[in-house]
Write a protein that binds this ligand. Structure first.
Ligand SMILES: [Zn+2]
Length: 164
């Protein structure tokens, strides 16, 4: 784990704050690297957080992740480049009742979460990063036919890390 930057999501959204953090994959939680998808633990992910309050008075935090990642092609096991450009709009609530009520009316949000007075930026980025990646990254067309005579990667290892 990083020296986790924690933010108060309520102040962050109330004050319409923005912040940009950079993470090296290697500095994130080990489970990020464990799933065998990343080919280079030194790749950098940039996370831009934008807070605000929408027309309905709901607090939101949008997180925009960008990175040029090197992933392991799950077909030929060679490295492939993957351009990550992913935004998740999150509405935050103090309790579940509020969130459930809002769930019916919300259109412009991807996720509704119940949060306390502090959230860990690194954990948020880790979750979003793992969700944003293709389930089984592959070249559109692999260079050469590869015979997997000794399979070094368990095809199911990709499943690890997607669930806490
Ligand atoms: Zn490939």
């Amino acid at each position: 784990m990083l020296n986790a930057n924690c933010i108060d999501p309520w102040t962050f959204s109330q004050d319409k704050q923005t912040a940009v953090w950079q993470f090296v994959l290697n500095d994130l939680d080990p489970r990020v690297m464990e799933d065998g998808i990343f080919a280079n633990s030194q790749n950098i992910v940039q996370a831009a957080f934008l807070g605000g309050i929408n027309a309905l008075g709901q607090h939101f935090i949008d997180v925009h992740l960008t990175a040029t990642l090197q992933l392991v092609c799950q077909r030929c096991l060679k490295t492939m480049n993957f351009a990550l450009d992913n935004t998740v709009k999150t509405l935050i609530f103090t309790d579940e009742t509020q969130a459930n009520q809002a769930d019916c009316t919300v259109e412009d949000a991807d996720v509704l979460v119940v949060v306390g007075n502090s959230i860990c930026v690194a954990e948020w980025v880790e979750d979003q990063l793992l969700t944003a990646l293709p389930f089984s990254p592959m070249h559109a067309q692999c260079d050469t036919a590869v015979v997997l005579d000794n399979q070094t990667v368990n095809p199911f290892s990709v499943l690890k890390g997607l669930h806490k």
